[in-house]
Design a protein around this ligand. Structure first.
Ligand code: MRU
Length: 369
């Protein structure tokens, strides 16, 4: 997608000059610096990649998967023996627990590499990571087309602008390109539909206010940032035509785990008859589990993310300020689970279906019972 007039992906291989034409480093956009600074950071080891994932320089489930794949490629470059690759996989798997794309990508890389002679592993690792990235873009474009079909029908049933509410950032910054929840929005705008996006700020890390608002602004898409608590009020007053969110993990029966606060949006949508969609590529579905509340590990992040707020002061200098009293405790569960019964539809690369119908797209390799 675009930054200014230039096309970018969120992650790309770099530094081929020292290594016989094979990339030996990875570039990422440092998302901790947005929206105030656009900074590209070079990652040169699996340890640095695990750290970038943990610290959320790269974040969003599909991008975490892509970053982990490149983490495995960096590991293979250093030492392609079985033990080293297994250690790298463990390190990456520990970096963030909730987004299942991480496990999906690491397992795919490991399974592929361990079957090969050591001498071939490095080159294959880099091409497989690139393949995962390219596939992500194709999946998201398909999600965009299927989501657009839904938006078009909604738009035809009403007059004026279509108002879509989203939470967190499930745009192109959360993927390799295009996004999941925002792919239908980008597709709709390209097709000339008049849309406006309500962007929930998404405390504590403000991915909505800082990332979603930034990428929509870069594409000239009408949007308004709202507090997380405003969504229900807007729905009660008929100002939201549909909700579209992304997901970090969806169970086989359609429970949707996404950024903390998604569940409250779904409850408000349900109460007000507003359709609630999750836009999800198949690598985000964990076919091994059926009960999201019981089986999905919810990341608990540092309390300082709640206690402190980061931004620019009136002189334009970056600053963190404390918003809770010294001595008060803060808790920071990073995700919640929206039960399938509150979800109108799941938009995948194959089409949109009710949560109960999701299993029609389960890969045969996952069919265990
Ligand atoms: O903690 P984050 O910023 O990685 O959380 C991201 C989200 O919750 C996204 O909505 C989700 O990963 C879907 S991204 C297409």
């Amino acid at each position: 997608m675009k930054i200014g007039q230039q096309q970018f992906r969120t992650i790309w291989p770099a530094g081929s000059e020292e290594f016989q034409g094979v990339a030996n480093r990875v570039n990422i956009i440092d998302q901790t610096q947005l929206p105030h600074e656009f900074r590209v950071v070079e990652i040169a080891s699996v340890e640095a990649m695990a750290n970038a994932i943990r610290e959320m320089q790269v974040r969003g489930a599909p991008l975490i998967g892509a970053a982990a794949a490149y983490g495995m490629a960096l590991a293979a470059l250093k030492d392609a023996r079985d033990e080293s690759l297994r250690l790298a996989a463990t390190l990456l798997l520990l970096s963030r627990p909730t987004a299942v794309n991480l496990r999906w990508a690491v397992e795919r890389m490991l399974e592929k590499l361990l079957l090969l002679p050591e001498a071939l592993r490095c080159a294959v690792a880099w091409s497989e990571a690139a393949k995962i990235c390219d596939e992500d873009v194709v999946l998201n474009q398909a999600i965009g087309r299927h989501g657009f079909d839904i938006l078009k029908v909604l738009a035809e049933s009403r007059s004026g602008r279509l108002n879509i509410l989203t939470h967190c950032n499930a745009g192109w910054l959360a993927t390799v390109d295009w996004g999941t929840a925002l792919a239908p929005v980008y597709t709709a705008v390209e097709a000339g539909l008049d849309v406006h996006v309500w962007v929930g700020e998404t405390r504590p890390r403000n991915q909505g206010a800082s990332l979603t608002a930034w990428e929509l602004a870069q594409h000239g898409i009408a949007h308004t940032v709202i507090t997380d608590n405003a969504g229900g009020h807007l729905m009660q007053h008929g100002q939201v035509d549909c909700v579209i969110v992304g997901a970090d993990r969806v169970t086989r029966n359609g429970d949707v785990c996404n950024k903390i606060g998604t569940y409250l949006k779904a409850l408000a949508a349900f109460d007000n008859g507003v359709p609630f969609y999750a836009a999800v590529p198949l690598p985000t579905i964990d076919w091994r589990i059926t009960d999201g509340l019981r089986d999905i590990p919810i990341e608990e992040r540092h309390a300082d993310e709640v206690a402190m707020v980061y931004g620019l002061d009136e002189r334009g200098e970056a600053k963190s300020v404390r918003v809770i009293p010294q001595g008060s405790q803060a808790a920071n569960p990073a995700f919640d689970v929206t039960p399938a019964k509150l979800v109108t539809g799941i938009i995948t690369e194959h089409g949109c279906c009710e949560p109960a119908q999701l299993q029609q797209w389960m890969p045969s390799t996952e069919m265990t019972d």
